[in-house]
Ligand binder design. Structure first.
Ligand SMILES: [Zn+2]
Length: 477
């Protein structure tokens, strides 16, 4: 037996919930896979050894809600999301409302070594050629996305709402094709809030759905925050075998400040942000909110997207003719806390599957550091943290070789410094992609479905076919 290794990571506290490991161990990597986890692996067996004493080593962070390409916010460079995510410790991401073509171009130009799957946001007259699409249009649109290397679609209810019926049709057509389907809740009759969430069980019918960022519907718009969290949890419990869900823990959200010629805000989410901050939900209210520092605008500095405040934000928003990406501090930490930690009674299973970033090219990639803060606070064990950041997301997506450190699994690893709560190194397929918060890799691996194979082969990027039949979304479907 060939006992030589390509790399050994020594002395870190290895946490692997699937294999019940929580111990100071060495990790041996060969051919991009986990080869051996043991005490004192001889350094002579590998040309390269990295000592990570006093660090925490976990299977790589899988972000089930990130943004690496965009179907709107055209003036933002979404490519930077690759490096921004990698620099926070992520190794795999689901790009949740983009375009496979844009994502893969970004991966070629500004990639960071991440594995990325993309679902396409449904924007009427842009990515789907009807306002309230019928079954045939949806069937063709979803099939086309998969052929172009996407794994499914997302309903953007807070931005481009459909009727409740059309929402049901999207879910059904995607389910019929075993494609991913995510929902930012909202419809022509309900906002992107608790009222919107109440509509979703009926739209789901007997189908399957990824309900995106649960925390966004518990901002206290319809009821008191605590009551909304309570209600959201009870709705999710009722849909236990049909939904997969995630919540993010950043206080700031991401939205768009587009106004029409009458000074009205075009998007429901932006209106809600202003109402929550006590501002008029229109162009004047938005200008005031930005200049007073309540909102911030997304712009580029040193090849990364950053948020700016005050006059700088107002200027940028005006220069973009109001079509600018903005952020507001609208996510109550109490909701994030409860949604991230809630478990089913007498069970170790979490009600909400994963902690996501909803970041990527938006600078709020704080899933790891906020989850570690919950560990330090005592609300989650380290094992729980790894379940929420990696193991459970791997099951959500059906990535059987990720989310754990079993022999032969992908050597995707995130190493966390408990002094700072941040990731200090990460590896994908045994290759270091980030050191001390700096991205040190490029390109990436495009995660596609079988239907996308011929486009992926022509693209020149490394790709991997995934099978959603193995995902929690379609478990026993
Ligand atoms: Zn999002």
């Amino acid at each position: 037996m060939n006992k030589n290794l390509d790399l050994i990571i020594k002395n870190s506290r290895v946490i692997d919930p699937k294999n019940n490991i929580d111990e100071k161990l060495d990790v041996g990597i060969k051919y991009g896979k986990i080869y051996e986890i043991a005490k004192n692996i001889q350094t002579s067996r590998s040309p390269e050894t990295i000592d990570q004493e006093n660090k925490i080593l976990m299977p790589g962070h899988i972000d089930t809600h990130a943004h690496l390409s965009a179907v709107f916010n055209d003036n933002i460079n979404s490519d930077y999301g690759h490096k921004m995510l990698a620099e926070s410790g992520t190794t795999t991401a689901l790009d949740l409302a983009g375009e496979p073509d844009i994502m893969v171009e970004g991966m070629k130009k500004n990639g960071a070594g991440l594995s990325v799957a993309t679902i396409m946001g449904l924007v009427p007259h842009k990515t789907v050629n009807k306002d309230d699409p019928d079954n045939i249009t949806l069937r063709d649109t979803i099939f086309d996305v998969k052929k172009r290397g996407g794994i499914g679609v997302k309903i953007l209810g807070g931005y481009f709402p459909f009727s409740v019926d059309a929402n049901s049709r999207v879910i059904k057509e995607a389910n019929d094709q075993l494609s991913w389907v995510a929902f930012h809740v909202g419809s022509k009759t309900a906002g992107s809030d608790m009222v919107g969430l109440r509509e979703v069980p009926e739209s789901t019918d007997k189908g399957r759905l990824h309900v995106a960022h649960i925390n966004s519907y518990t901002r206290g718009l319809v009821n008191k925050e605590e009551k909304e969290v309570e209600e959201a949890i009870s709705i999710i419990k009722n849909m236990k075998n049909q939904w997969v869900t995630e919540a993010y823990m950043s206080k700031i959200n991401g939205t768009n400040g587009l106004c029409d010629e009458n000074g009205n805000l075009v998007y429901n989410v932006a209106q809600n942000c202003l109402i929550l901050g006590g501002y008029e939900p229109n162009e004047n209210g938005l200008r005031k909110a930005l200049s007073e520092g309540y909102g911030s605008a997304l712009t580029v500095k040193n090849n990364r997207n950053v948020l700016v405040n005050g006059d700088e934000a107002v200027k940028f928003w005006e220069k973009s003719l109001t079509n600018a990406s903005l952020s507001f501090p609208v996510n109550p930490p109490s909701s994030a806390f409860r949604l991230s930690t809630e478990k089913y009674e007498n069970s170790d299973d979490f009600v909400i599957d994963a902690i996501s970033t909803d970041g990527g090219y938006i600078p709020r990639n704080v899933a790891i550091e906020k989850t570690m803060a919950l560990v330090n606070f005592g609300a989650l064990s380290l094992k729980d943290a790894v379940i929420k950041l990696s193991y459970s997301p791997s099951k959500m997506l059906g990535l059987e070789n990720k989310g754990h450190l079993s022999e032969g699994s992908d050597a995707d690893i995130t190493i966390i410094d408990p002094q700072t709560n941040k990731a200090c190194m990460s590896l994908v397929a045994g290759k270091v992609i980030m050191i001390n918060g700096k991205s040190v890799s490029d390109n990436g691996t495009w995660l596609i479905l079988e239907e996308g194979k011929s486009v992926a082969e022509k693209s020149g990027v490394n790709f991997q076919v995934i099978n959603l039949e193995k995902s929690k979304l379609y478990k026993s479907f």
